[in-house]
Design a protein around this ligand. Structure first.
Ligand code: ADP
Length: 180
């Protein structure tokens, strides 16, 4: 299975992707994790990405697409869940082209939904360095402007499933398994 998890920051994509991949033996690909790792190691890519991440802005599409291509090549034919990517229409089109060239495609896109109060509360409790109130506000704004249009994009392709992301973690996991 090749899946994308879509949803606002704090919607629970990372938590649910981890659980699902562990259960199914798929690879969890989180662009946020890959970028934080590159920043920590001080790689050229990390240095280019850091300022945007600290502001809660998006890292440039070409950087992200390069990172994804490298990762997809490395995991060969494993199933995967993409978490935090794509985040813009150019990234979504880039992903389609990339998979196309490899003779593959996406199976489903799972949209995790949660109220704005709930995601604000979750992000406040997480304590990551880019989880300050100001950055969080910017990340939510960027989500609405740049990422929310992907819902239509995937709905038009007929591969979108909406899953209620409010409630207990195992209950949400069951909902995801049910739509898949
Ligand atoms: P969250 O889901 O809480 O927003 P992530 O860990 O997915 O957090 O991402 C953290 C930061 O990494 C983002 O605010 C952004 O700066 C950068 N980032 C992650 N994925 C992408 C992407 N696909 N395109 C551009 N920037 C990204």
């Amino acid at each position: 299975m090749r899946l994308v998890f879509l949803g606002a920051p704090g919607a629970g994509k990372g938590t649910q992707a981890d659980l699902l991949c562990e259960k199914k033996g798929w690879r969890h690909i989180s662009t946020g994790e890959l970028l934080r790792d590159a920043v920590k190691r001080g790689t050229p890519l990390g240095l280019r990405a850091k300022a945007a991440m600290d502001r809660g802005d998006l890292v440039a599409d070409d950087i992200i697409l390069g990172l994804i291509e490298e990762t997809l090549d490395a995991i060969k034919d494993s199933g995967f869940v993409l978490d935090g990517f794509p985040r813009t229409l150019p990234q979504a089109r880039g992903l389609d082209d990339m998979l196309d060239r490899k003779g593959k495609d996406l199976d489903r896109v799972v949209l995790l939904t949660a109220s704005e109060e709930e995601v604000m509360e979750r992000l406040a409790g997480r304590g990551r360095t880019d989880d300050t109130p100001e950055t969080v506000r910017n990340r939510l704004k960027v989500y609405e402007e740049k990422t929310a249009p992907l819902v239509d994009y995937y709905e038009q392709k007929g591969i979108l499933d909406r899953v209620n992301g409010m409630g207990d973690i195992p209950v949400i996991q069951e909902r995801i398994l049910a739509v898949l």
